[in-house]
Design a protein around this ligand. Structure first.
Ligand SMILES: Cc1ncc(COP(=O)(O)O)c(C=O)c1O
Length: 356
């Protein structure tokens, strides 16, 4: 078929034709790049997870996987002090977010969240025909609780810790927000292991709280594509109805379960990253960049009012990839993933060179 403009594709939903589509962070080929742009973990995954994956590559692949990923959900339930029917596994936490919106949001329904935050939310809401209502964070990234509650969303997202700021909202604030909402409160804890707050205890207190976690960051398993959703069993049952039938493959279920059984491995890597993160923040301050305290594996480094595009480009030329956002609120910032100490040393040396 010849190349056609979207307006010549009448069989595609008009709202989908109007969408621009999500642009994932760059995944360059080759291993000579210092990759600090998509918040992956610089340390390897648990050897037990890798072994489980190898073991799964067997004749058993003839058979479909467990559609409920039962072993994984049971292990996760034990770890988080929940029942297995309060846990749902997804093909990355992105899939859990999609299931939530598919189940809760139809044409015209309102989805509320503070910005800037994880930009995929907007795309997922558009796919469902929902309407996004944003509340801007202030410079301090304190959660605008009253404004969020007033908008009465079918779903309210709180990315906690927030991306790209790295800042965290305390549990007490979420505890105060949940009962003020008519709709569902989704706490996206993709970076939760790097911080101090976990909202799963709110599930016992409120029927409208769902917590989402990822294996992509703290567990060093971004390539595996596994995430978890936690909530009341009645909510999980509804989400299951809109799940792809065999959403996780056998190898992913086995490796993610083994990763949970080797939780100390993850925690040791998280501890190394926290130390490097604090060193990075200190050194960035010496270079004239401010950053808010981060409870994630990245730092948002800012030079107020100075567009960072040229610095981003200069780092890129030196083989160092960080994240630049070409939006008015964030163009004076660079989001830097915490890499190994060697990678961060290389970044700091390059920044020193570039910024004089
Ligand atoms: C805030 C946030 N939520 C969810 C995700 C998606 O994670 P996953 O790889 O588990 O789909 C990301 C990935 O970068 C993220 O930053």
């Amino acid at each position: 078929m010849s190349k056609q403009g979207a307006d010549t594709l009448p069989f595609v939903r008009p709202d989908v034709r109007a969408m621009s589509g999500y642009v994932p962070g760059e995944q360059p080929k080759g291993d000579r790049i210092i990759k600090l742009n998509t918040n992956e973990n610089p340390y390897p995954p648990s050897p037990r997870a890798l072994q489980a994956m190898t073991d799964a590559a067997s004749d058993a692949l003839r058979l479909y996987p467990d559609p409920m990923a039962g072993d994984l959900c049971e292990r996760a339930a034990q770890l988080y002090g929940l029942e297995p029917d309060q846990v749902l596994a997804g093909n990355g936490s992105d899939e859990i977010l999609m299931m939530i919106l598919r189940a809760c949001v139809g044409a015209g329904d309102r989805v509320v969240y503070p910005v800037p935050t994880y930009s995929l939310y907007e795309t997922l809401v558009s796919i469902c025909g929902g309407v996004v209502e944003n509340v801007p964070f202030g410079d301090d990234f304190v959660l605008p609780v009253d404004a969020l509650a007033a908008l009465r969303g079918r779903v309210t997202f709180v990315c906690n810790p927030n991306a790209p700021s790295g800042t965290v909202t305390q549990l007490e604030t979420l505890r105060a927000l949940a009962p003020r909402l008519d709709g569902l409160l989704v706490v996206d804890e993709a970076y939760g292991d790097f911080g101090s707050v976990c909202a799963t205890e709110l599930i016992a207190e409120f029927p409208n709280v769902v917590v989402v976690r990822s294996f992509s960051k703290s567990f060093s398993l971004a390539g595996l594509r596994v995430g978890l959703g936690f909530g009341r069993a009645a909510v999980m049952r509804e989400l299951l109805k809109v799940k792809d039938s065999y959403n996780l493959n056998r190898a992913s279920i086995a490796a993610a379960t083994a990763a949970l059984e080797d939780i100390d491995w993850m925690r040791a890597n998280v501890e190394k990253i926290r130390l490097t993160r604090e060193r990075l923040r200190g050194a960035l301050a010496d270079l004239g960049y401010s950053s808010l305290p981060s409870e994630t594996n990245f730092v948002l480094a800012r030079r107020h009012g100075e567009n960072q595009r040229a610095v981003y480009d200069a780092l890129r030329q030196r083989g160092i990839l960080v994240r630049y956002f070409a939006t008015p609120e964030l163009s004076d910032a660079l989001r830097i993933t915490v890499g190994t100490d060697e990678e961060i040393d290389a970044l700091l040396a390059a920044l020193k060179d570039i910024c004089g």
